[in-house]
Design a protein around this ligand. Structure first.
Ligand code: FUL
Length: 452
């Protein structure tokens, strides 16, 4: 009898310890890995680098594309040292010029100047975790077939060629721009054909477009997501049902997180009279993108040498150094944590850096308290929801030593809350969450940007 009771109790505990049910759509493994990259590098490179244009006409002489000291290994070094997870190269921009010797266009580099191959080789040579992605513009101002049904087949063949010969790519960037081609006509893009072509070759590839399916355009090129940012989206017949690029849809039925693309310089291509943003501006962008549940795709265009300029490289290193300085000292270490928790998913889990441990609250309205060893000064609060089980939090409010200090709506993969009145000084922090389902939080951390 006693034995049976013990077995029943043990079984009950085991059931209680299991993973909570997911809420709504959840990321695929590839989407989760993508989100965890946090910052990637975009490289706009092509004839425009040499002509000063942003949108080339497609009539440029092929010879204008002539980097004098091409070094894709240097791009890789800069990206790695800047803390980026991957590099996405504009293999074909709107001018139609292919940075590889394509069989489907006459407007290409010669075999001897295959930039896709050079980048692939440089990335593989480093044997690091840096991943490669590709931007191929459907809009083509050079191709004679553009504006006719035949072009959709040409473009699908182009995708197939690039993905089979130079892949695997972690992301395929589909630019939504659709202007006129050389014959004055616009193209009706066959998106299902384009997407199917890529996914048949690489089902893990994250497809970027205004509506996903892998990730979505955030809706601006200034470097910010909305304050409210759901990773869910409603899409019908290839279109958004609402104009919510920046904030997604609370009731979206697909997991399509936001990507924030912005250039380090005023233009997307390198131009000699333009200069990069400052480290402080990049930090602002970081807080407003990664800190608002977005992935930051920061464009760093190689110059006419075929290298990332010393100016851009210096500011990227300062940006990395500043993030390391701020985020190396989490002030919650050693704190006492208390909250009602689902068995096996204790509140203490919010302090560790292991990704797959979390605090699972027991109700939609939940609170967690952190008692620090000593009162601390801090001006950043970082919260991360455990998104493999869905995005749940719809409102949060934070109290420091009993006084309300901040509130907001969504959290998602990562939310960074900044103090706009200098800094907070407190020994006790309470966070109240309202969720669409009981919140699941894997990290809470506090930092002081002003600490020496
Ligand atoms: C836009 C393009 O028109 C720009 O030239 C740039 O490539 C940007 C990333 O996307 O739609």
């Amino acid at each position: 009898m006693k034995k049976a009771l013990i077995i029943t109790l043990a079984m009950l505990m085991l059931t209680a310890c299991t993973t909570p049910e997911p809420y709504g759509p959840v990321p695929t493994e590839a989407q989760l890995a993508w989100q965890r990259m946090e910052i990637n590098m975009f490289c706009h490179f092509g004839p425009n680098t040499f002509t000063g244009a942003e949108w080339g006409s497609g009539q440029e002489d092929k010879e204008v594309f002539a980097p004098t000291a091409l070094d894709c290994g240097q791009w890789v070094d800069v990206a790695r040292q800047a803390g980026m997870g991957g590099i996405i190269l504009t293999a074909k921009h709107h001018d139609g010029f292919c940075l590889w010797p394509s069989a489907y266009s006459t407007h290409t580099v010669p075999d001897s100047l295959d930039i896709l191959r050079a980048l692939r080789t440089a990335i593989d040579a480093h044997n690091s975790s840096l991943k490669m992605g590709v931007y191929i513009s459907p809009w083509d101002r050079n191709h004679p077939a553009y504006g006719t049904p035949e072009y959709n087949t040409v473009f699908a063949n182009t995708l197939k060629e690039v993905h089979t010969q130079y892949g695997p790519f972690f992301e395929q960037w589909f630019d939504g721009a659709c202007g006129e081609g050389p014959n004055g006509r616009r193209q009706e893009y066959d998106w299902p054909l384009f997407e199917g072509t890529v996914l048949d070759i690489n089902p893990q590839c994250i497809l970027f477009s205004d509506v996903g399916p892998g990730c979505r355009w955030v809706g601006n090129e200034e470097g910010h997501a909305d304050d409210t940012n759901w990773s869910r989206l409603k899409v019908e017949s290839g279109k958004r049902t609402t104009e919510n690029g920046g904030c997604g849809d609370i009731d979206g039925d697909r997991w399509i997180p936001a990507e924030v693309d912005v250039s380090i310089r005023p233009g997307w291509f390198w131009h000699k009279d333009e200069h990069p943003k400052t480290m402080e501006e990049l930090m602002e962008i970081y807080y407003n993108s990664v800190g608002r549940n977005g992935l930051l795709l920061l464009n760093v265009p190689p110059d006419t040498n075929g290298r990332i300029s010393p100016e851009d490289s210096a500011v990227l290193m300062a940006f990395r150094h500043e993030r390391d300085r701020i985020f190396s000292n989490d002030l919650t270490q050693g704190a006492q944590v208390s909250a009602r928790s689902r068995l096996g998913h204790s509140a203490r889990n919010v302090l560790d850096t292991a990704y797959h441990t979390y605090w699972a609250a027991t109700s939609d309205n939940a609170a967690i308290t952190l008692n620090l060893d000593n009162p601390e000064d801090f001006d950043l609060i970082v919260i991360q929801e455990y998104i493999p089980l869905g995005q749940r939090v719809s409102h949060f409010s934070i109290f420091a030593d009993g006084s309300p200090v901040a509130e907001g709506t969504t959290v998602g993969y990562k939310r960074i809350i900044r103090c706009d009145t200098g800094h907070w000084h407190a020994a006790k922090l309470e966070l109240h969450f309202n969720g669409l389902a009981p919140p699941i939080i894997n990290r809470i951390a506090l930092y002081n940007t002003q600490a020496q």
